[in-house]
Design a protein. Structure first.
Length: 494
């Protein structure tokens, strides 16, 4: 039997029933990577010798009667996480030789749960792109079409899952970096509530691995099945034992409902700042139709919804103030001069980005206060609804675009070009207030590319969108490996 596309839950059951060993699962995963990853380039740092040793240890542990949540299951890890003995570069040539001595807290949790780490997955330079390519490790291709990106910055992880390279992966998300690759590759991902999962050791190689509280950014699970997201989130969730974990532990509330017909859902398909492409709109409506057919209460409008334009503007300000906070003084002064030259009437997202890059501390505090007002607006909305269904990005996976100036890039939406970075507004809808959001497959475009949607839930009620994802997977289907299996052995396009 071939195991490469089985879910983690199915693999765990087979391991418990002695139908397969971890050593066999690991060897099969490694064989597939060595055969197929030349075309995909998802696994940038293999760790096969230690993986085989970990698999043998897992089999011995099981023979002794142990049964941990991920015992013996092959997984991958985004390159940006520290793994002792392996390079952590974030795609930065300056740090190509940096090797940390200690595992990131989430890698340690994976290993403690019994997972077998196959290696690290590719990322964009500094994790700052909707694609996954860098000078050190090259370009990761989308398993469905090698001429297109798998997304970013967790693109290597999504491509690995879609190609059968391990059952689970862990990534991170500040601008859709879990959800966008999941959509582009046809897999599942969950952006947890801000602060739910400790991030120590998911840090640029120039910085010490300290337990800092990140703004906007989270770490989270990726999988080929909705239930596997919950399995992995339960391993990842919880505060850092060096800080609040000394006094606190996490007990997530159960999902609000167990049956589809009990859910109250708000469906959004249009954003005032960027169109939704026809393929993604069809995916949103496919999910909406499934909800209606399942008896859920579905609405298309609500006066409780926070203003989308204001939310996107605020998210953009917070994101870009963070992204350049440690720029050299000279570069910061150049940005200030450029921002000072903007017309007061220019309220485009390009202008918002530039102004955000030169925020003062006073500016940031004011923006953070506005965020709290938005959070309260979401609390009021989630008193009336259980989840919001909306796009992750406006389009399916797009062709590789390696123009070094992101501001010059354009994204094609049904034949019309739009600023490349404007596509982030949908991801920011959940990121800015720190809400949980589950990315799920929602069908295919006319060209056969995966499309997806995100299910946004109430703060710290992560189990609610995760349960809705499970119910929708049963209703409309989920991950499909057929096209991946066909394309995985094709040569990469130029």
């Amino acid at each position: 039997m071939e195991w490469s596309f089985q879910t983690a839950e199915e693999l765990a059951a087979a391991l418990r029933a002695s139908e397969v060993t971890s050593a066999e699962l690991t060897d099969e995963a490694i064989d597939r990577i060595e055969r197929d990853d030349k075309a995909i380039n998802a696994i940038c740092v293999p760790d096969f010798d230690r993986a085989r040793a970990a698999a043998r240890s897992a089999d011995l542990a099981r023979a002794r009667g142990e049964d941990r949540p991920l015992l013996g299951i092959p997984v991958t890890v985004k390159e940006s996480y520290n793994i002792a003995g392996l390079p952590t570069t974030w795609g930065m040539p300056l740090h190509r030789n940096y090797v940390p001595a200690e595992d990131a807290v989430q890698v340690a949790r994976l290993k403690s749960a019994g997972a077998v780490v196959l290696g690290k997955t590719n990322v964009p330079l500094g994790l700052q792109d909707v694609q996954s390519f860098n000078e050190i490790y090259g370009t990761t291709n989308n398993p469905w079409d090698h001429g297109r990106t798998p997304g970013g910055s967790s693109g290597g992880s999504a491509a690995a899952l879609a190609s059968g390279f391990g059952a689970l992966s862990i990534g991170s998300d500040i601008a859709g970096s879990l959800r966008t690759p999941a959509q582009f590759c046809g897999v599942y991902a969950h952006k947890p509530t801000l602060g739910l999962a400790a991030t120590r050791g998911m840090v640029p190689p120039s910085e010490p691995a300290l337990p800092v509280d990140l703004d906007l950014a989270v770490v989270g699970p990726m999988a080929r099945a909705a239930r596997d997201l919950t399995l992995l989130l339960d391993v990842m969730a919880g505060p850092d034992l060096l800080t609040s974990g000394v006094a606190h532990h996490v007990t997530l509330p159960p999902a609000r409902h167990e049956r589809l017909r009990d859910f109250r859902v708000l469906v959004l398909e249009e954003h005032p700042l960027i169109p939704t492409g026809s393929a993604v709109r069809a995916g949103v409506n496919r999910v909406a139709d499934a909800l209606v057919d399942g008896g859920a209460r579905v609405e298309r409008n609500s006066p409780l919804l926070p203003d989308l334009t204001k939310a996107a503007t605020l998210y953009t300000q917070l994101l870009f103030s963070c992204s350049v906070a440690r720029s050299p003084v000279e570069a910061y002064e150049q940005l200030r001069n450029r921002a000072a030259g903007l017309s007061a009437h220019d309220q485009s997202l390009d202008a918002v980005r530039l102004r955000g890059m030169v925020f003062s501390h006073r500016d940031w505090i004011e923006a953070n206060n506005r965020r709290e007002l938005h959070r309260h607006g979401w609390r009021q909305l989630f008193a009336e609804f259980d989840a919001v269904v909306c796009p992750i990005t406006p389009t399916p996976a797009f062709p590789h675009d390696h123009n070094p100036d992101l501001l010059e890039r354009r994204i094609d939406i049904d034949g019309v070009a739009y600023p490349y970075l404007d596509q982030l507004v949908w991801a920011g809808l959940a990121t800015m207030p720190g809400l949980p959001a589950t990315g799920i497959p929602a069908g295919r475009s006319p060209e056969g590319l995966p499309v997806g949607v995100q299910l946004i839930g109430p703060m710290f009620e992560d189990r609610t969108p995760l349960r809705l994802a499970e119910l929708l997977e049963q209703k409309i289907g989920g991950f499909q490996a057929a096209a991946t299996l066909t394309r995985a052995t094709e040569p990469a396009e130029a």
